[in-house]
Design a protein around this ligand. Structure first.
Ligand code: VG1
Ligand code: CO
Length: 543
């Protein structure tokens, strides 16, 4: 098969963000856009010759077409083998596992995660490195650099490969292996959790609703929860992946998973509700009448992980992203293990996991995971919850309440202001950044600032530094506000304001969240002059 070199021109720098390159689908479909990014990735990792890669995506519109492009380009770049999920389907954690299992040189995951899919919505590509984790910052910088100097890409003339059946095919010298999307991942889960105990839980009449949101976890949820663990048929809802996710936002939070929330808050509520996002790396957990915030979920999973076989001997440490609440730090302190605070995005956990400094990690945005892969893992979190419930034989809300009684409660909420004019968002951040040094000791909305800084991370493993990772302000009385600009939006800027208030041990754990956060919120609005700077203080989404 003849390798073709196609001339192209650099597309003014394609910058991979928190989670790969994410753009409108139509942008990805422009001539050479996807091709440039893929070639830039091959160039940045020193070429593809003789290497093995994993390829799959969340099933959104353009997934299959993009895979065919990548397969031809892989052959053009001398790759020796590509392993692809059947029908082009691989969840992000399953792809991470396949990279590790097959000792591959990396993987391409096609997804814009929780962003909507379709011709007029979003598409994305992430490159994961040989450890199975998102490309570290040094590599994303090289990829970006390569996109700016690009003048040709390599591919082959070849027909599309049939992705619908598990089989082994070829593009010339390159082997393409189509694998079942679920089975290796399921086998991994069986090594981590007590499937017999969870099976017994379901057999005893325990009920669950898992909302796959018409995204990638449908086949995984059905195979594992219903077929392997014996949950009744119908436990998994919206279980067929659709190219437009049924026109929904496959984002597992109380706003976008409203259908599930309504059931969980009603008399017909099952014992546990859960949902996952577009690419299967996020999770939402909700008990009967009780939503569990992701920050609390991370802390509770960490505090109870020893009840599952894989974590019975304890945790090496716990890591959380900076905007995530301090709840998991309290667990680490009690367990006498190290707590790490990293910038937003899973890539920063990779080094800590590889160096065995931590076992469990999480983010406030509904991501939790462990050392079993190098990505956050939605179903993993759901299964760990089920394992804990099977052992403790208490309800979700009893477990949550018990946790708060032991550790105190970290009230938490995130406000998202979407599609803000870029200049306005940058000006607001710049303005606040410029005043950080003067904030300490000043009062806003009656709250005195204890400290204010811009988060910068020194990686304890490789010594690299990541600056500009969010503005954080702590208040007297254990309150905190964090301002950050999103790195995953595709339109304008998204301003995220993260609010947190600790009840103290033995403090009031029964307040309404927004009431408990009111003072911190007002102080944040006042100190940033948000109303004047971006023209509003009403968020689009509150989680
Ligand atoms: C968001 C979340 C962050 C997460 C990232 C990717 O980033 O806040 O916690 O790691 O999405 O998640 P940002 O920059 O928009 O705040 V996913 O599920 O898209 O892989
Ligand atoms: Co995701």
């Amino acid at each position: 098969m003849k390798i073709k070199t196609v001339k192209t021109t650099a597309i003014e720098g394609q910058m991979p963000g928190t989670s790969g390159l994410r753009k409108k689908t139509r942008v990805f479909m422009e001539p050479n856009y996807l091709e440039n990014f893929i070639q830039a990735t091959f160039d940045a990792i020193g070429g593809g010759t003789g290497k093995t890669f994993i390829v799959g995506g969340d099933g959104r519109f353009f997934n299959k077409d993009a895979i065919q492009v990548i397969l031809r380009m892989a052959a053009g770049n001398g790759v020796s083998k590509v392993i692809v999920g059947q029908d082009g389907i691989l969840s992000t954690p399953a792809a991470s596992h396949l990279i590790r299992l097959n000792k591959a040189d990396g993987g391409f995951i096609l997804s814009a995660s929780h962003n909507p899919g379709g011709l007029d919505e979003d598409f994305g590509v992430k490159f994961n490195a040989e450890n199975g984790g998102p490309a570290p910052e040094g590599l994303t910088a090289k990829i970006f650099e390569a996109t700016t100097t690009m003048n040709a890409y390599k591919t082959v003339d070849a027909d599309d490969i049939d992705l619908s059946k598990t089989s082994t095919l070829s593009h010339g010298d390159m082997t393409v292996q189509i694998v079942n999307s679920v089975s290796d991942y399921q086998a991994l889960m069986e090594t981590l959790f007590d499937f017999d105990a969870i099976r017994a839980l379901f057999a005893s009449g325990f009920t669950m609703r898992f909302d796959a949101m018409h995204a990638v976890t449908g086949p995984y949820g059905t195979a594992i929860l219903e077929d392997a663990l014996g949950a009744p048929a119908g436990t998994v809802t919206n279980g067929v992946p659709l190219e437009d996710f049924g026109k929904g936002h496959p984002d597992p939070n109380p706003i976008w998973a409203k259908e599930l929330m309504d059931v969980m808050m009603s008399d017909a509520s099952p014992d546990i509700g859960a949902a996952s996002d577009g690419d299967g790396d996020r999770n939402m957990i909700v008990g009967r009448g009780a939503y569990v915030t992701p920050s609390d979920s991370l802390a509770i999973l960490a505090a109870n992980a020893h009840l599952a076989p894989a974590y019975a001997s304890g945790l090496a440490g716990i890591a959380r992203s900076m905007p995530t609440s301090a709840a998991s730090d309290r667990v680490a302190a009690k367990l006498g293990i190290q707590a790490y605070e990293t910038p937003t995005g899973w890539k920063f956990f990779g080094n800590l996991l590889d160096a065995n400094k931590v076992t469990i990690c999480g983010e406030e945005s509904a991501g939790t995971g462990s050392s079993h892969v190098r990505e956050k893992d939605g179903l993993w979190a759901v299964l760990l919850w089920l394992n804990i419930l099977a052992v403790r034989k208490q309800s979700v809300s009893e477990i949550v309440k018990d946790h708060w009684e032991t550790f105190g409660r970290d009230y938490y909420s995130r406000f998202d202001f979407e599609d803000v004019a870029l200049d306005a968002a940058n000006d607001m951040m710049e303005n606040l950044r410029g005043r950080l040094d003067d904030l300490t000791g000043k009062s806003f909305a009656g709250l005195t600032v204890v400290s204010a800084d811009e988060f910068s991370y020194l990686d304890p493993v490789d010594g690299s530094t990541s600056n500009n990772q969010g503005l954080r302000i702590t208040f007297e009385g254990d309150g905190r506000a964090v301002f950050r600009l999103s790195g995953t939006g595709t339109q304008g800027a998204t301003v995220r304001l993260y609010l947190e208030q600790y009840s103290g041990q033995g403090g009031d754990i029964n307040q309404d969240t927004q009431t408990a956060l009111q003072q911190v919120r007002d102080a944040a609005f006042e100190m940033s002059d948000m109303k004047a700077m971006i023209g509003r203080i009403e968020p689009d989404v509150i989680t």
